[in-house]
Design a protein around this ligand. Structure first.
Ligand code: 26W
Length: 828
């Protein structure tokens, strides 16, 4: 795909300058003299929006005219981050805009550049972590590849909490990303939808003797759509991300109001608006909260109504082409309720026979699994379902009855054990609906997110399902968009690549392999490492500003950025830091490169152990950073409030990418791809996509350690005893015992003991102690490698230039080929 040349750019610098000032005056209602930076930022966005809206209209017309098949990506989370830089870059307007702002600065005596304006934008943090950011990368790729697609999600008023660190502890503060307005979203009152909740189901006999089920809900909720334009790179397709905001329906308000219940009507209004108020901050444990189920139904039902409305505009009430035109991807089980909802619409409202309806339904849906953790697999108590979605529960029972009788009993006659395993309903004291089983039964394709994960989904999570439908299961390895994660966030390296291999690499990342040949070229190495150092200087400044800690850009920048979870093993990283610190204390001449350990991580507010690990990192850090005896050889930095915009500053500056999950637990990981793409060496286990990254970049250019998936299974089967490792390793024992003292929490001994206790008394579920020795040895190799500047530069360049596979465009192409069967629609 060719990149747009200057002459194609739809707006030139002078016009843009005028347009920004005009927007400042007419849209923001302020003057050049009085305007705040925020106003200037918004005016700049508004000026660019004119371009975007015209492309959006063209895209929509072209999709409608061609009656294209489209994919609808249903996700409870879209972690978009900031949009300004990305939109400018994708439209090839960044440089033009940068010089426009520079000239305005000079002419009007302003005190900022474009990059300062972009810092005004709050992150759109409508997601927890990997799954939400993946959705954001995917919609960028879909637009870039000219594929007809709509993202559907929830317009949370409050995204993921803002993290503050007080005396080393995480404090959660509300995030209010749109408090002062968001220039990128457009409200679409003309596309409001209404959905129903609660009540009961009535059986009605019609005149012709047919029986029908009628749902009599007791609540109606309005879904107001907000559209965020998704600008493809090269700027020809602009798709939309449609996010639903909940409001009270006027209809119901009015009823109560007329009955003299003004106050009650306000309560009802508040209740309705609660639905889209806040994102649940859990990324692995399902709390089973009724509001979350309502959120899931709310956005799934609004989205389906929207899809059907659009389908009917082209095809009327003839649903025979529905599965041909519509693909719906379920991003994990969160939108699973869309399956029974579509059946309800077909059977109850459109009066289609069950068999016919089911035949359309399962062809429409496909499901991506993102986790094997048992506690993350969603199960909803039947009694909750009964209260909120009584008709859906009946439909689920019917789907289940037919599946167990027609499919399971045919394959394993009379085998009640298998039936109970495969049933959508889990029996027990509290009966539960297993959303993953419903997903597998109601979808035509099920995919995992990395080779190893997909294999485990098939063999360990759904072995019987995969015997029934072997072709249903497939793999699509995750990817990340190189537009955001390299072109926009590491502009100097991007420039070097463009000079070296031409300007098509942002859409064809494999092109960078031409630069792999230069991995040993002294001149190229020098340029590459200079850029890395510049990025480290910039990050050191951010670290100083945010934490007050001084770090040297000549030290190794060793990064572990991801949600905090015991399976991701930030505690293993901490144990090694303690060991290293102890070595230096015992031997002031201990040979090592200066080493900065950088963490960025939020813990789920109710996950106590995760919060304790954050506390321990901060307390150990305080002690080490302020210990003159070690002469600054080790620094430990915990960056507060890790989020997309901070990731964009940390990742380009990383030397080491820590990907140290217990093998078999990290489905894929995506920070591993971003870090490698930016020239970090992976220090990791053979888990998730690490395996494929090491395959692409070569094992010699990364440092792989630790138990494999099979070894983890074998050790657990044999009976794992963490005490063996404690008594078997003097250094490990010493650092664990250190945690019991008050060395890191003066006057308060035992504050960090919980970490030792969970690793020993608690059984060390994630085998941190079993991997410690191998991890420590891996660190030694990293340090040795870093001492050899040429070898290090070689490895960094090879990593960065061989990540073509992890372009999210490749992931999307895999979805298109294996699952969605979509055609591109180039917008003229
Ligand atoms: C509370 C319910 C719940 C359960 C799971 C909420 C959110 C989840 C997500 C599935 C957690 C998640 O983000 N998983 C990550 O998905 C990434 C994208 O595929 C993978 O790269 C990560 O390995 C996986 O942990």
């Amino acid at each position: 795909m060719p990149t747009k040349k200057k002459e194609d750019i739809a707006i030139d610098k002078d016009t843009l300058k005028k347009e920004i000032v005009r927007q400042l005056n007419v849209t923001l209602g302020t003057s050049e003299k009085k305007a705040s930076r925020q106003a200037w930022w918004k005016a700049t966005c508004a000026a660019v929006n004119e371009q975007i809206f015209s492309l959006l209209t063209k895209t929509q017309q072209s999709h409608y005219k061609n009656d294209t098949r489209a994919v609808h990506y249903l996700s409870a989370e879209f972690l978009m981050g900031r949009l300004t830089v990305n939109n400018l870059v994708n439209l090839h307007l960044y440089d033009v805009c940068e010089s426009a702002v520079k000239e305005l600065k000079k002419e009007l005596g302003l005190d900022f550049e474009l990059s300062d304006l972009c810092e005004e934008e709050p992150d759109m943090a409508l997601g927890n972590g990997g799954l939400g950011r993946l959705a954001a990368c995917f919609i960028d790729s879909l637009a870039t590849m000219n594929l007809p697609a709509v993202g559907y999600g929830i317009h949370y008023e409050h995204g993921l909490f803002r993290q503050e660190i007080h005396d080393g502890r995480q404090i959660e503060r509300p995030d209010s990303w749109r408090e002062y307005g968001n220039p990128w979203e457009i409200c679409r009152p003309e596309s409001v939808q209404e959905i129903q909740l609660g009540g009961f189901v009535e059986t009605v006999f019609e005149e012709n003797g047919y029986m029908k089920k009628v749902w009599r809900p007791n609540q109606v909720i309005k879904g107001v759509p907000w559209d965020i334009p998704v600008v493809g790179y090269n700027g020809s397709t602009v798709n939309i991300l449609r996010l639903w905001e909940s409001r009270a329906s006027e209809f119901f308000d009015w009823d109560v109001f007329n009955a003299g219940g003004y106050v009650d009507s306000q309560t009802e209004k508040a209740q309705a608006e609660t639905i889209s108020k806040v994102l649940y901050p859990n990324d692995s444990t399902e709390a089973g909260k009724i509001l979350r189920l309502v959120q899931q139904y709310f956005f799934s039902a609004c989205s389906l109504k929207d899809i059907i409305r659009r389908y009917k505009r082209a095809h009327g009430n003839d649903f025979s082409k529905f599965a041909e035109k519509i693909a719906v991807q379920l991003n994990d089980t969160h939108p699973t309720i869309a399956i029974p909802e579509l059946m309800r619409i077909f059977v109850d409202e459109e009066r289609i026979d069950w068999e016919k309806a089911w035949d359309i339904c399962y062809k429409v849906f496909s499901y991506t699994n993102h986790t094997l953790l048992p506690e993350a697999l969603e199960k909803w108590p039947v009694y909750l379902f009964e209260r909120v979605l009584p008709r859906h529960l009946e439909i689920i029972y019917e789907i289940n009855r037919r599946f167990l009788e027609d499919v399971v009993d045919a394959k394993w006659p009379g085998n009640d054990w298998i039936k109970s395993r495969l049933s959508i309903i889990e029996e027990g004291e509290v009966r539960k609906v297993r959303m993953a089983n419903l997903c597998v039964i109601g979808s035509h394709k099920v995919n995992g997110v990395a080779e190893i994960h997909s294999k485990l989904v098939k063999e360990d999570l759904f072995p019987e399902f995969s015997q029934i439908w072997p072709d249903k299961f497939c793999n699509v390895t995750n990817g990340v968009t190189p537009r955001r994660w390299l072109l926009a966030s590491n502009r100097e390296l991007a420039k070097l690549y463009t000079e070296t291999v031409g300007d098509t690499w942002p859409v064809n990342l494999d092109k960078l392999r031409e630069a792999t040949k230069l991995a040993d070229d002294p001149d190229f190495q020098k340029k590459f490492m200079k850029i890395k150092r510049n990025n480290k200087v910039k990050l050191a400044e951010v670290i100083r500003k945010e934490t007050g800690i001084e770090v040297s850009p000549d030290a190794i920048f060793d990064v572990q950025v991801k949600r905090l979870h015991e399976y991701k093993r930030q505690q293993l990283n901490l144990l090694y830091i303690l060991a290293l610190y102890r070595r230096v204390l015992q031997d002031p001449d201990y040979k090592m490169n200066d080493h900065v350990f950088i963490f960025g991580s939020k813990a789920a507010p109710a996950y106590t152990m995760a919060k304790n690990i954050i506390y321990a990192i901060n307390k150990v850090g305080d002690r080490i950073n302020n210990d003159p005896r070690i002469k600054g050889k080790i620094k430990v930095v915990f960056m507060p409030n890790y989020r997309v915009s901070l990731a964009e500053k940390i990742i380009p500056a990383a030397d080491i990418s820590q990907q140290i999950s217990t093998a078999g637990y990290e489905a894929s990981g995506t920070s591993n791809m971003k870090l490698s793409m930016n020239g970090a060496i992976t220090l990791g286990t053979l888990d998730g996509a690490n395996i494929e990254i090491a395959e692409e970049a070569g094992k010699d250019n990364n440092v792989i350690f630790g138990l494999t998936v099979d070894e983890v299974k074998a050790l657990k089967a044999k009976g794992y005893n963490p005490w063996d490792y404690y008594y078997g390793n003097e250094e490990l024992k010493a650092v664990l015992d250190w945690l019991d003292s008050d060395y890191f929490t003066p006057g308060r001994p035992g504050e960090l003991s919980c970490i030792k206790n969970s690793l020993l008394g608690g059984g060390d579920t994630y085998l941190a102690l079993a991997d410690f020795a191998a991890y420590s040895e891996a660190h030694r190799k990293v340090d040795e490698m870093y001492s050899n500047k040429k070898k290090w530069a070689h490895a960094a360049i090879v990593n960065s230039t061989t990540m073509g596979k992890f372009n999210s465009d490749r992931s999307i192409q895999d979805y298109v080929d294996q699952i969605w069967k979509l055609d591109t629609c180039v917008v003229k």
